[in-house]
Structures are given as C-alpha cells and as structure tokens.
Design a protein around this ligand. Structure first.
Ligand code: ATP
Ligand code: MG
Length: 113
C-alpha cells in the first residue's frame, strides 16, 4: 500500500474528487491550508537582494491510501486533472504504508481500504 499526498490548486478539488471516485479510489482525505513550493528564479533573486521571503498560497492537500496496483492510475488521474503547465500546479508525494486497520470490522491491510 502507498499513501499518495497531492498538494493541488483548490480550484481543481471538485473535478479531482469526481475523477478519483470514477476510477474507484478507495477513499479520500482533504484539507485546505497555505503552502510554499520551490521559489521561482525571480523570487530567489528577490530573496537574495532584499531578504524577502516567498509568499504562502492557498493549497488543497489530497491524501489517498491505495493498493500498490492502483497507485499509477491515481497519480495519472491527478496529473490529468491538475496539470495546466503553469507554476503552482502542485506536487505529488508517494509514501509507503505499513498497515491499515478498519476500526469497525478489524480488517487489516488492503482489506481495510
Ligand atoms: N518540498 C515540499 N515539501 C512540502 N510541501 C511542498 C514541497 N514542495 C511543494 N509543496 C507543497 O506543494 C504546494 C504546491 O507547490 P508548487 O506547485 O508551487 O511546487 P513548485 O515546486 O513550486 O512547482 P512550480 O514551479 O510548478 O510552482 C506548495 O504550496 C506546498 O504546499
Ligand atoms: Mg511553485
């Protein structure tokens, strides 16, 4: 199992949710917050020249824990919905997940997803 964490543009959330359930993603957690990515060259120059620090931008974090076999499909769906080619499109991280437990039933591992 893997946890896919995507930091995306909040405007993409509703389309992304629809797409993820179309491809039968097992579940979804979402949170809105502020983030900073890699400063653009221009920002880096400003930082060096004036000591300015980069601005926060509103982002949505989408987390999906999925079986290994579904990870590629989920990542492709996120790329397809969220890629505009402009700075701030977001970033995806993929983390190993050791175990999962469904509290109501006691099911474990992929069965719990
Ligand atoms: N290394 C990181 N660690 C934690 N969060 C990150 C990291 N990089 C990006 N993020 C999160 O992802 C959000 C989106 O990042 P963003 O799309 O701006 O990435 P970028 O590397 O600056 O690429 P781009 O050049 O396309 O803007 C950030 O606002 C931040 O919340
Ligand atoms: Mg950026």
């Amino acid at each position: 199992m893997k946890m896919i964490i995507a930091y995306v543009n909040p405007e993409k959330l509703w389309e992304l949710k629809r797409r993820l359930f179309e491809i039968r993603a097992p579940g979804l957690s979402v949170d809105n917050f502020m983030g900073i990515g890699k400063p653009l060259a221009k920002h880096r120059e400003m930082m060096e020249k004036y000591g300015a620090i980069p601005k926060f931008f509103p982002k949505t974090r989408v987390e999906v824990v999925a079986p290994d076999s579904q990870v590629e499909e989920i990542v492709n769906a996120i790329l397809d919905v969220c890629k505009t080619g402009h700075p701030g499109d977001g970033k995806i991280f993929i983390l190993p997940v050791e175990d999962a437990i469904r509290i109501r039933t006691g099911e474990k591992g992929e069965e719990a997803l």
